[in-house]
Design a protein around this ligand. Structure first.
Ligand code: AMP
Length: 501
């Protein structure tokens, strides 16, 4: 933003605004947290973490719903060590994987619940601590010791570790440095001209970069207000927008679709205060964009983000600049090019793999030389997405090279599901795949070949014990043989097409 120093760390991000302004508004209970309070809470919790023995680089897993505890603990963990936020919907086995994989030193949970995470932590001998929030909106670690002060983070420190699905069953670890996130936040604030007058409603989970970086950190850097409900609630959404004076929100097409179907043709009260609506993390159908603009009466800007880029790579601009349906817009503060398999850059209009370069892009996966060798060509990061740039430099995404199921923006590695299915004693072969779904965009399905009799319900129940709900196949095809290509290969897309035809 004009006149603001470029941030280098998350500490810079939250230091930019005047002390007395409202940083966070919790619509349940109407609690307002000022920037001064937020900064104090983050400092106190970072010190408490240091007093618990956390040092730079130590991973702190958090298992929290959206809200103030998730925001304060993310910031504090990224200052004292490295934040590793996890989906609270995971099952015990999934928590065990993530705790072990990140080498978690501490797990932070809500005062109540999170039993599966607590059991997983106990089994691995990792201490779990509870967070509490008082009526004034101050979050603390219950019974935390004192005595030590956390030192300020440096730009190269890893602020955040997340996972993206890999080509094996094991997700890849993405270490995101303070400077990566700071660059991303700066790009987003500049691109949408966010200011202190903006109020963003955060309905995306805070364990992904979409909710964390686009809705929350960008707003904090601009000095605006983040409205942080515990979850997306279509019944209270517009009331919150109206009462809190929301000026923009970002969401996945699944959420936009739910809001549209509830609105019918009538503009919801509160929508008149919106400067723009942002859509990201999955393809926004042009007819949905057109309907949103007509019914909600605000420009709809589709953006393109990914974990490895600390979220935003491209976005359509605000009016009067042109926004193009079916396009994710030009690169925002980063370079975008299209590459063929051999690593040649392709001209405008030609389809190939989307590759990116910029200060928000991570330098590599952690402890994964094989994935790094595949993902970087001449200093360009290969996104695994397919697309082309038009003559104006706007990017259109046309497909995916990487194997993942995009269920309402939540990415699922199909091999992880194969492996769970294959661990069932009756399953001989298994292939998971995405199938089109009217609400989710894609939904998870799977085909199995049995080596002994088993009921579909048994196998699905087996999955439910081991996989978070969003990853569980909703449809299981029990078949005699997995369909193969002419050359004998199993291609998920082909299996999906054959079975759903
Ligand atoms: P994640 O790391 O969970 O943010 O997922 C990143 C992936 O989401 C990208 O590589 C794309 O495959 C997909 N994605 C993000 N934004 C869009 C979009 N606007 N349209 C289509 N796919 C998208």
């Amino acid at each position: 933003m004009f006149g603001m120093p470029t941030p280098n760390t998350l500490l810079d991000v939250i230091q930019a605004a005047p002390a007395g302004r409202t940083a966070i508004l919790l619509p349940e209970g109407g609690i307002r947290v000022t920037y001064e309070s937020l900064r104090n809470q983050v400092r106190d919790m970072a010190d408490a973490l240091a007093s618990l023995g956390i040092q730079k680089g130590d991973r702190i897993s958090t298992v929290l719903p959206n809200g103030l505890p998730a925001i304060v603990s993310f910031l504090a963990a990224s200052m004292a060590g490295t934040a590793a936020p996890l989906n609270p919907g995971y099952r015990e086995e999934e928590f065990r994987f993530y705790f072990e994989d990140t080498n978690a030193k501490l797990v932070l949970c809500p005062a109540e619940g999170a039993e599966q995470a607590r059991r997983a932590a106990a089994a691995l001998g990792i201490p779990a601590r509870s967070l509490e929030m008082d009526a004034a909106g101050v979050v603390r670690i219950v019974d935390a010791p004192g005595g030590k002060a956390a030192s300020a983070p440096s730009p190269d420190d890893v602020a955040l570790v997340l996972h993206t699905s890999g080509s094996t069953g094991r997700p890849k670890r993405v270490p995101i440095r303070h400077r990566n996130i700071a660059a991303s936040v700066s790009n987003i604030v500049a691109h949408y001209s966010l200011t202190r007058e903006d109020t963003a409603l955060c309905v995306m989970p805070l364990f992904h970069v979409h909710g964390l970086v686009a809705s929350t950190l960008s707003t904090l850097y601009s000095g605006g207000t983040v409205v942080a409900p515990a979850k997306f609630n279509p019944l209270s959404f517009w009331r919150t927008v109206r009462d809190a004076g929301v000026t923009w929100y970002s969401a996945v097409p699944t959420i936009h679709g739910i809001l549209l179907s509830r609105a019918g043709e009538e503009r919801p009260a509160g929508a008149e205060g919106l400067r723009f609506i942002r859509s990201c993390s999955a393809a926004l159908p042009p007819e949905m964009m057109e309907r949103m603009e007509r019914v909600f009466g605000a420009p709809v800007l589709e953006a393109y983000g990914m974990t490895e880029a600390s979220h935003q790579m491209a976005s359509n601009p605000r009016p009067p600049a042109a926004r193009k349906p079916g396009s994710v817009g030009p690169g925002t503060g980063i370079k975008i090019s299209i590459m063929d398999e051999a690593g040649n850059h392709l001209p405008a209009g030609a389809r190939g793999e989307v590759v990116i370069q910029g200060p928000n892009v991570v330098s590599g996966y952690e402890n994964n030389p094989e994935a790094n060798a595949k993902s970087f060509t001449d200093g360009w990061f290969r996104t695994g997405d397919q697309g082309f740039l038009d003559a104006d430099g706007y990017l259109a995404l046309t497909g995916r090279i990487k194997e993942l199921i995009n269920r309402g923006g939540e990415k699922i590695g199909p091999r992880e599901i194969d492996e769970v299915l294959l661990s069932h004693p009756a399953v001989g072969e298994a292939v998971a795949f995405g199938v089109p779904h009217p609400t989710w965009g894609e939904e998870v399905a799977a085909a199995v070949v049995l080596k002994e009799p088993a009921a579909e319900a048994d196998i699905l129940a087996f999955c439910k014990q081991r996989l978070a709900d969003f990853k569980c196949p909703k449809k299981l095809y029990i078949i005699g043989a997995i369909p193969r290509t002419a050359t004998g290969k199993i291609q998920r897309g082909e299996v999906a097409r054959t079975l759903t035809a």
